[in-house]
Design a protein around this ligand. Structure first.
Ligand code: FHN
Length: 427
């Protein structure tokens, strides 16, 4: 560069091949673990003995209108002595996830890492005095699981960010100054997070506040990608998303992938997306939330998402002692056991375009780089399993197999319309 301004480059203008290369590990991952952890795990959905909010216990500061000074007292109680990063990673590994996204700072503004820009963090404000993000980063080393950092743009604690709307207080302080918050706090913190933890992706949230604009989103996106060109960034720093669907309303919006929340998209073409979902009803730990999805339901979701070319980011909310609820752990382990047998139909796959299953109870994927193979996953036992638009070319070595059954071939009939498969005895 001859002049410094000539170095400015819009990171959204990379070629398709460059983007494909950058997105590759994430597209092939298919399955990730979301972790919502913070001060909100202490009240766990209850304020003064009353259950507050539905499905959003991590919003308790806002929903119970707890003044900042009062809420900050939870930091003095924050002592998750049961937190063991290696155990979290062992659970993630057993589940078969390929990346993990942790809330470094949720909407309440409390930071789970030792930030030099605030004393409202795990080291300075709590008796625990251990850097949770650092311990997690260390435990992930060599695990094959990439680290993603969730960061809320909205901040209910920082005095410069406390704005009238989406604020737990009625009167914002006169000195609130959004651009100062953005330039002197948020961006330096993101730079700090990048330098300290070298994340593979940033996962933004809290972008809906009035103070945030598409221009700021684009600027932040470029800022981050210049810090680390290979970074992936979700599209919640953009104003272009369509509600919770996380899809961009217009081209060239900031962000690499959409993040539909608690839902699976119907048909998606040419757009990267990730469906984030809770295992029970809340993101943060909630005392009496026992509405756990069954392992079968979670597996059906994972398969459904994979067959539509998306990723599934499944959430856990560790309790105040730092332990992931046993109900979540057992389900994650069950999913991992299923993936050990069936993972090749889930990781590194694409949507299989032409195959159709009877009754819509079958989902199809195809390896991203090997078009002659189609995986069919039945969401319920259909006997026989009928698949249309597919033919098996026996003369060319084509065959039908069931994953987990070694080389044993499956009995099937192939016609011009498709194939009809009988389940192997004993399955
Ligand atoms: O308000 C948050 C919520 O607490 C949670 O973090 C989810 C996760 O996707 N995102 C926000 C709502 O869209």
């Amino acid at each position: 560069c001859l002049a410094s301004h000539a170095c400015w480059h819009d990171m959204r203008s990379e070629t398709r091949a460059e983007k494909d290369q950058r997105m590759r590990w994430w597209r092939e991952s298919t399955f990730g673990l979301f972790v919502h952890f913070g001060l909100f795990a202490i009240p766990a959905g209850y304020h003064k003995g009353r259950r507050v909010g539905r499905g959003t216990s991590e919003w308790i500061m806002h929903s119970a209108r707890i003044p900042d000074r009062e809420y900050a007292k939870y930091a003095e109680q924050f002592n998750p002595v049961g937190f063991n990063a290696s155990e979290w990673v062992a659970t993630a590994k057993a589940a078969g996830v390929r990346y993990l996204v942790i809330t470094t700072k949720h909407h309440d503004g409390f930071c789970l890492w030792d930030s030099q820009y605030t004393s409202y963090d795990v080291i300075d404000a709590t008796p625990f005095r251990r850097d949770i993000v650092k311990e997690l980063k260390d435990a992930l080393r060599g695990s094959g699981i990439a680290l993603g950092l969730y960061y809320s743009i909205m901040d209910w604690h920082h005095p410069d960010a406390v704005l009238r709307k989406y604020n737990h207080l009625n009167t914002p302080p006169a000195r609130a100054n959004w651009s100062r918050y953005r330039e002197e706090y948020m961006k330096p913190q993101l730079q700090e997070l990048t330098a300290k933890f070298d994340p593979a992706l940033f996962w933004f949230d809290g972008d809906w506040i009035e103070a945030w604009s598409e221009e700021q989103g684009v600027e932040l996106y470029n800022f981050l990608r210049r810090l680390k060109p290979s970074l992936l960034v979700n599209n919640r720093l953009s104003k272009a998303r369509k509600g919770h669907q996380g899809m961009n309303r217009y081209k060239h919006a900031a962000g690499d992938f959409g993040t539909p929340e608690q839902e699976i998209l119907k048909e998606v073409e040419g757009y990267d997306w990730e469906s984030c979902m809770t295992i029970n009803d809340n993101w943060g730990f909630t005392k009496d939330d026992s509405n756990w999805k069954t392992t079968s339901e979670l597996l059906r979701n994972l398969v459904d998402v994979a067959s539509k070319g998306g990723n599934y980011l499944l959430n856990v909310g560790p309790a105040a002692d730092g332990v992931i609820p046993a109900e979540s752990v057992s389900r994650l382990r069950d999913i991992g056991r299923w993936l050990l047998v069936n993972g090749e139909a889930i990781y590194g796959v694409k949507r299989a375009q032409h195959a159709h299953g009877e009754g819509k109870m079958v989902r199809f994927t195809t390896p991203a780089r090997e078009r002659s193979v189609v995986y069919a996953v039945a969401l319920q036992k259909l006997s026989p399993l009928r698949i249309s638009n597919i033919r098996v070319d026996k003369s060319g070595g084509g065959e039908v197999r069931m994953l987990g059954h070694g080389d044993a071939h499956v009995l099937y009939e192939s016609t011009d319309q498709g194939i009809s498969i009988a389940w192997p005895p004993g399955t």
